[in-house]
Design a protein around this ligand. Structure first.
Ligand SMILES: *Cc1c(COP(=O)(O)O)cnc(C)c1O
Length: 567
């Protein structure tokens, strides 16, 4: 054992988006984890993070000429920024021994404080007699339940052991989503009682969709753990199957959802548990276009990086400067898209962007419900740009990507309306799109979006949101309706949950035709004013504010000296 290190918080996450050339993430959960660590580093929070290496990444997305998604494993090597650690830990898996090694990547904050991220790796010599074991940390969100349960064991069980081996003695284990819940079994064995475990753990749930909670059959669980399951496993993880969310809830002193509405939905899904909420945010300087960055530095003072309250002054920014910075970002996006798509967009047109993990509840096709009507509204005025990956095993969502390609052909051939698809949505592309479009569209099925963070990236850059009132946008739109537009009724309408796709599409078309397009074309003064309202929102929806909330409620940390110097 090395000497004790003073990181008081251990942040466990199945995916962490460190950089776009480190493909250890799939979507919003990983991006949030990355932003959390970036803010914690800026603020000097004593944290260490744990995740897996994923030598094959999530996947690289290509689109065949007929619009089908094709996946390829990513080829990447750990850069010089990855330090190979010499410690190894082991864990029993079925009746064999699995060895796990680790890499360290340091996320350095503006203050110079850095947060070590420990990446667990099964591709090591010690496992060479069992080549399948070396593959275990190869791909993120592999579809096989066996591989997934083992990856979650590696994260929870080996993660704890590796921290101990490296000399970390955290006061709080933060389980970022239920994937890390095997920490509860591991700590139970060490500490002896569930009350002692609860003193050490905090848990954040990230999905309001039942199918989104990881559950494993007990046959599988008993096969992988054998006689190493604690006696109380069914009391902790559920009678019928091993529900990772339940296990995390039962093992944690503090639990939260990631937006106000999501807290409410989570309490409804898990009655009897105290579930608070801490609304998500984004890391501001990470997601800001270089042109807005310059503008903020000049007009808000360089302290805006730390003191996000300074964005409250966004309404005083010069509207024309904001517009010019936006147009530069828009041209960057159009430059990129022209070399990656046969559809050439026009910088003068109102450009609506939508991009996300393609999943049924996100309803990527809602805007195409009535193509003739959309065409009538958009012709000569509006163009579209879209991107997103579907999980390789999700055939329905892959079909939606193909649909968008067919719509693109149809809208061009019949109406000369541009609809551009960009393949391989990743953090770089997300940044280009959320900084470069004029309007950001999000149409999830109501109350299925835990928070959503892409709309925050857009708002920060003066891009107006046009979205269903769900997740963070319920709070954002309530704070300042000038920052964008809502589709359909708000959560105070008891009928909101019953709105059909048709109702929502109708409202989308009406708002687009009667409000958004006319303001864009005839009232640029209002548009630019609204852009500043959007920016101002992010004085709340940022990870500095969020990490401070976690520090107080989930980590029970004293205020860090750095925060005081900023206050
Ligand atoms: C921000 C981001 C997301 C999250 O998007 P939402 O649809 O708002 O949840 C997903 N993927 C990437 C690559 C991102 O950068």
């Amino acid at each position: 054992m090395e000497t004790s290190k003073d990181q008081k918080v251990a942040y466990f996450s199945m995916e962490i988006a460190l950089e776009s050339d480190i493909p250890t993430y799939s979507g919003g959960l990983g991006v949030l984890a990355g932003d959390t660590i970036r803010s914690a580093a800026d603020l000097g929070v004593p944290m260490v993070a744990v995740t897996l290496t994923y030598s094959g990444g999530y996947f690289y997305q290509m689109i065949a000429p007929d619009g089908r998604q094709v996946e390829r494993p990513l080829r990447w090597t750990f850069s010089v920024d990855f330090k190979k650690l010499d410690k190894k830990v082991k864990m029993k898996l079925q009746d064999k021994e699995l060895f796990i090694g680790a890499w360290q990547y340091d996320v350095r904050g503006r203050s110079g404080h850095s947060i070590p991220v420990i990446l667990l790796d099964s591709d090591i010599e010690e496992n060479e007699n069992e080549p399948w074991m070396q593959q275990l940390t190869g791909a993120l969100y592999d579809a096989s339940p066996f591989q997934r349960v083992v990856q979650e064991m590696i994260l929870g069980v080996c993660g704890c052991r590796m921290l101990k081996e490296l000399g970390y003695m955290p006061d709080t284990y933060h389980l970022n989503e239920g994937h890390a819940a095997f920490i509860v079994f591991e700590l139970l064995e060490k500490l002896g009682s569930i009350d002692a475990v609860k003193k050490k753990c905090s848990f954040t749930t990230h999905t309001p969709v039942r199918a989104g909670h990881d559950k494993f059959g007990y046959d599988l669980i008993r096969d992988v753990f054998r006689d190493r399951l604690p006696d109380s496993y069914m009391d902790l993880a559920g009678k019928e199957e091993c529900n990772m969310t339940l296990l995390a809830l039962n093992g944690s002193r503090y639990c939260n959802g990631v937006a106000k509405k999501h807290g409410e939905i989570s309490r409804r899904m898990f009655p009897g548990y105290e579930i608070d909420h801490i609304t998500n945010g984004i890391h501001m300087s990470f997601w800001l276009s270089p042109y807005m960055h310059l503008l903020f530095d000049e007009d808000l003072g360089s302290a805006w990086h730390y003191n996000y309250n300074s964005l409250n002054g966004a309404l005083n920014l010069n509207s024309n400067h904001v517009w010019r910075a936006h147009m530069k970002a828009k041209l960057d996006l159009l430059d990129y898209q022209k070399s990656h798509s046969p559809v050439l967009l026009d910088e003068k047109l109102l450009t609506i962007g939508f991009a996300r993990r393609v999943a049924e509840y996100k309803r990527m096709l809602l805007i195409f419900s009535d193509l003739e009507r959309l065409a009538k509204i958009a012709k000569g005025k509006v163009q579209f740009i879209s991107a997103g990956k579907a999980h390789p095993a999700d055939h329905q969502s892959k079909g939606m990507i193909k649909n968008i390609h067919d719509f693109s052909d149809y809208l061009w051939n019949s109406y000369r309306i541009g609809l551009c698809w960009l393949s391989n949505y990743d953090m770089d592309l997300a940044k280009l799109m959320t900084t470069g479009v004029d309007v950001w569209l999000n149409t999830p099925r109501r109350y299925r979006e835990a928070s959503g963070t892409s709309g925050m990236k857009a708002a920060l850059n003066g891009v107006l949101n046009f979205s269903i009132l769900d997740g963070w946008w319920i709070e954002g739109y309530e704070m300042d309706p000038m920052a964008g537009w809502a589709i359909g009724p708000g959560p105070d309408d008891p009928d909101a949950e019953n709105k059909s796709d048709k109702d929502d599409a109708e409202d989308l078309y009406v708002k687009l035709e009667d409000e958004i397009v006319p303001i864009w074309r005839k009232n640029q003064t209002e548009w630019r004013e609204r852009m500043k309202h959007a920016i101002k929102l992010i004085s709340f929806f940022n990870t500095h504010r969020m990490v401070e909330e976690y520090a107080k409620k989930a980590y029970l940390l004293e205020r860090q000296p750095l925060w005081n110097s900023l206050a």
